[in-house]
Design a protein around this ligand. Structure first.
Ligand SMILES: [Zn+2]
Ligand SMILES: [Zn+2]
Length: 557
């Protein structure tokens, strides 16, 4: 009935495309559509489309498609509700997301709508878990880039107090659902106009006084413009996770408060206005819990015990130890990358191009190492305000050796080792290659250890606890790579690495200067999901400390 896999266009997406391509403008166009223009369409989808058509004609189908947020369109496809019911949910309850729906089911408000009863409410509740798996998710990197444009615009609109992402985007999940933004303002119409004038490609899905849903950059984005006085409640609720909110709600209830999607209420029902999330957490006797660890598993208990970690933040980062230039597959010159790092205020950076047998489109050759060293020497003279380490990202070859001879490796200030190619090896063989690299005195750091590609390729299936143990005993640094396709280690593995006593590095692995900041931020968000603190991270330390870590492993000459 429903197409869940991301590669397959859903019924709604497919029909929306047809509407936009102007192949359907009226009911009369729809009849022949079933016979002729959708030969490659899934028969089940076609059947559903026809049912919708027969139930109310194209007008209903189109309004259901064009004016409803993505989560609700999926609910329609799940078959749990009719179009009329869906419109009632949307327009009477102002429900726009799966999170809203969950709240409406939990608070039993759906059953009070005309045409609803406890059974329909239960059907919607039953469809929710499926809905979560069906809604196409967006890689964090793309969601961040899309949201950033909207956030920056909103922050320049007079009257907007602040603008922050919410949901899984704010929590830094590898794959996020819809982009949701919260931007409190007393003048919501101005903010809406500003967003609609941003891009000619932006397509408006829904607009009400304090809410906007649009498709921009092929992605749905929802913007809520609450009144500033209680905007913290909106942000807290929309940030989730649902499990975190549930734990908070129970904690509030135990103290005689009532926490709902609308905010925090005293026992007599009086709303406690919360301009920021901190006000709600403080009222519950808690410090503000960082969004990245709001999983509903142990963070509230840790907060109650006063044992919340101080998570690593952008301000802690003093340098970036992994990036590429035109000497391998980077787009920008070393000079441009140096400028980019200086603009970020870094004290140090490492230029780490790929070794000769890497699968990158262009690699550093042995001869290139000498010429790159000369170029870096010149740049050091021009820019004494930043330390430029000459490094490389050397491939770990199938036999476990490194892809540069010892004599060349010795010339680098820092050596990063990478297992880019599986070479048909079993997990045990892959581990052996990692082990020989980590035991190599010249290898300071292992990059993107699982070598996954988000969202298409899972990482190596290794015994990571063993890998972390060897990293800790050999004094090898393990990386959290912030490139959107890597985010590797992920939060969960990073947490295990810290527990094993491993020191981490957070790197951008940038191939162009303009993404140095964004990819470092993605790496930091990933680290924060793993409860990583500044003390766990090498590149929060001084250059002297970084050099000492490298020297300690290299041992006496
Ligand atoms: Zn790499
Ligand atoms: Zn790299």
């Amino acid at each position: 009935m429903i197409r869940g896999d991301a590669g397959e266009a859903s019924l709604c997406q497919r029909a929306s495309e047809l509407v936009r391509a102007r192949r359907i403008e009226s009911d009369a166009d729809l009849g022949p559509l079933f016979e002729t223009t959708l030969p490659d369409c899934d028969p089940e989808m076609l059947k559903r489309l026809r049912q919708m058509y027969e139930a109310g004609g194209w007008v209903l189908v189109e309004s259901a498609l064009a004016d409803l947020p993505a989560d609700l369109r999926w609910l329609l496809e799940s078959g749990a509700v009719t179009i009329e019911q869906l419109e009632a949910i949307h327009h009477s309850l102002a429900v726009t997301s799966a999170a809203d729906l969950a709240a409406a089911v939990r608070e039993r408000t759906l059953r009070a709508l005309p045409g609803f009863d406890a059974d329909t409410e239960a059907a919607v509740g039953a469809a929710l878990p499926t809905l979560r798996t069906l809604i196409p998710r967006i890689p964090l990197g793309r969601a961040t880039a899309t949201a950033e444009v909207l956030l920056q615009r909103l922050r320049t609109v007079p009257g907007v107090a602040w603008a922050l992402p919410a949901g899984s985007l704010r929590r830094g999940q590898d794959m996020v659902g819809d982009i949701e933004i919260v931007a409190p303002t007393d003048r919501p119409a101005d903010a809406i106009e500003a967003l609609l004038s941003l891009s000619e490609d932006a397509h408006l899905l829904h607009r009400s006084q304090r809410r906007l849903y649009m498709v921009t950059d092929r992605t749905q984005a929802g913007v809520r413009l609450p009144e500033p006085s209680n905007a913290g409640a909106t942000l807290l609720y929309l940030t989730g996770s649902a499990a975190h909110f549930e734990v908070l709600r129970a904690h509030a209830a135990a103290a005689g408060w009532r926490l709902t999607a609308g905010g925090l209420h005293q026992a007599d029902g009086t709303l406690v206005p919360a301009a920021t999330e901190d006000i709600i957490y403080a009222a519950l006797g808690l410090p503000c819990i960082p969004a990245e660890i709001r999983n509903g598993d142990e963070e509230v208990a840790a907060a109650i015990r006063g044992e919340l970690p101080t998570l690593v933040a952008r301000g802690d980062i003093r340098g970036d130890l992994h990036m590429h230039s035109t000497w391998s597959d980077g787009r920008d010159t070393v000079a441009a990358m140096v400028q980019g790092c200086r603009a970020l205020g870094y004290e140090y950076m490492a230029m780490t191009d790929h070794s000769p047998h890497s699968a990158a489109v262009r690699n550093l050759t042995a001869d290139g190492v000498t010429r790159q060293a000369e170029e870096i020497a010149q740049l050091r003279e021009q820019h004494p305000d930043i330390a430029i380490l000459h490094g490389c990202e050397v491939d770990i070859l199938p036999d476990g050796r490194l892809d540069f001879p010892q004599k060349i490796l010795e010339r680098f200030d820092i050596v990063l080792a990478s297992l880019h190619e599986r070479a048909g090896h079993s997990p045990e063989q892959l581990m052996q290659r990692y082990v020989s690299a980590m035991k190599h005195p010249l290898v300071t750091l292992v990059t993107h250890p699982t070598n996954r590609v988000v969202p298409t390729r899972p990482g190596y299936d290794l015994d990571y606890d063993r890998l972390f143990e060897i990293a800790a005993t050999t004094g090898t640094i393990v990386e959290i790579d912030g490139a959107p396709s890597h985010l590797d280690l992920d939060g969960a593995l990073a947490r295990r690495a810290c527990a094993a006593g491993v020191t981490l590095a957070i790197s951008s692995d940038c191939h162009r200067a303009e993404t140095l900041a964004r990819q470092m931020d993605l790496g930091i968000a990933t680290a924060r999901r793993g409860w990583v603190e500044a003390r766990h991270v090498l590149n929060t330390r001084s250059l002297a400390d970084v050099r000492a870590v490298i020297a300690r492993k290299r041992g006496p000459d």
